[in-house]
Design a protein around this ligand. Structure first.
Ligand SMILES: NC(=O)c1ccc[n+]([C@@H]2O[C@H](COP(=O)([O-])OP(=O)(O)OC[C@H]3O[C@@H](n4cnc5c(N)ncnc54)[C@H](OP(=O)(O)O)[C@@H]3O)[C@@H](O)[C@H]2O)c1
Length: 318
């Protein structure tokens, strides 16, 4: 059995606005405040034993903060991952109208973003297609796949994909079968999985068994697992999570992360903490184990995948 590690995702700490349900806006949204916070969170994470950090060029300054932190702390035991395929366009503008990141899975974008991201070598271990879909054409783009294969051969990196949406399973199946020179191209899969959305469970188990890397993102359903009057249909789940939280003397986030560790046993579960106090709560998921009966009860709270993603699509960036 593999030991699941917690990693730190930098989506929330590299830019002033992100998909979430927070009710209180941060008092300070300046870039210098975010910079200081990001360095503090990364220092704290490392101190607490986190070795995997995940970022993307579209996380505002998320990748730049990681590059700077890594230059100052070239630890030998780091395992970083980044992505390519989205560009951050909100330019730190609060209340930016329109999408904050633009998708482009072209060869040109790959070459452009790789030229920056490769500065994370040798700590960079996984290079991912950001949100691979059938619609973007990436999974059938021979030039792009060939270039990724070359990067893999030149650097020894694992090439991966991240997925989102109700057809994550189909994308994972398809991508895991892509071969170049009789070799599987994709060896790492970053997938949304949490108490509400477990539709890829069996497939992820299969990928793990085949020796692939499974990284879990959005473990807290972007914050929807915390009690919230807006999501009354999760009332029973909230009550149950709060009961477990009392029993184990940890907060609800630690229960939700632990569910993934015990039920799926992926290689990595990403914490999406925005600051050191959230991270410290998230880290408590390492200190206990859920009972089989509790896991069986939590499994029952999964919702239908289409419903999950529709609800997510209504969440605001703030
Ligand atoms: N397409 C992709 O490839 C993709 C997409 C999404 C995420 N990811 C990766 O996965 C990582 C994690 O995902 P995520 O951050 O989107 O989702 P998440 O882990 O489901 O949610 C994280 C949010 O939960 C809240 N939170 C965490 N701990 C808390 C605590 N103790 N108390 C209160 N609130 C708490 C924070 O919200 P507030 O900030 O509002 O307080 C935080 O931003 C990202 O950083 C990124 O690396 C990748």
């Amino acid at each position: 059995m593999i030991k699941t590690e917690l990693g730190l995702g930098l989506a929330a700490i590299g830019r002033p606005e992100y998909l979430n349900i927070r009710t209180e806006a941060d008092s300070n949204k300046s870039e210098s405040f975010y910079h200081e916070n990001a360095i503090k969170v990364m220092d704290y994470a490392y101190e607490q034993g986190i070795r995997h950090f995940d970022t993307a060029p579209s996380y505002g300054q998320g990748e730049a903060f990681l590059q700077e932190w890594f230059r100052q702390h070239p630890y030998k035991d780091l395992a970083l991952s980044t992505k390519w395929g989205y560009t951050y366009v909100a330019n730190w503008e609060l209340g930016y109208k329109g999408p904050h990141e633009i998708k482009e899975h072209s060869l040109h974008k790959l070459i452009e973003q790789w030229s920056v991201s490769k500065c994370l070598l040798p700590a960079l271990k996984v290079y991912q297609v950001h949100s691979a879909t059938f619609e973007s054409g990436i999974l059938d783009n021979k030039e792009v796949l060939q270039k990724l294969f070359e990067i893999k051969k030149e650097t020894g990196l694992k090439i991966g994909i991240s997925t989102s949406g109700p057809n994550q399973g189909e994308v994972l199946e398809y991508a895991s079968q892509i071969k170049i020179n009789s070799e599987s191209l994709f060896e790492s899969f970053q997938v949304t999985y949490n108490i509400l959305e477990t539709s890829t469970h069996d497939l992820l188990k299969k990928l793990r068994k085949a020796g692939k890397i499974v990284i879990i993102k959005e473990a807290l359903a972007n914050g929807r697992l915390f009690r919230n009057g807006k999501y009354r249909h999760y009332e029973n789940l909230y009550t149950y999570l709060e009961r477990l939280s009392k029993k184990y003397k940890v907060s609800v986030d630690a229960i939700a992360l632990r569910f993934i560790i015990d039920h799926l046993q992926p290689n990595i579960v990403l914490s999406g903490a925005s600051n050191t106090s959230q991270l410290s709560e998230n880290l408590k998921s390492r200190e206990f184990k859920l009972e089989d009966q509790e896991l069986a009860s939590l499994v029952e709270y999964a919702v239908e995948s289409n419903f999950y993603w529709k609800e997510r699509s209504h969440m605001q960036w703030n």
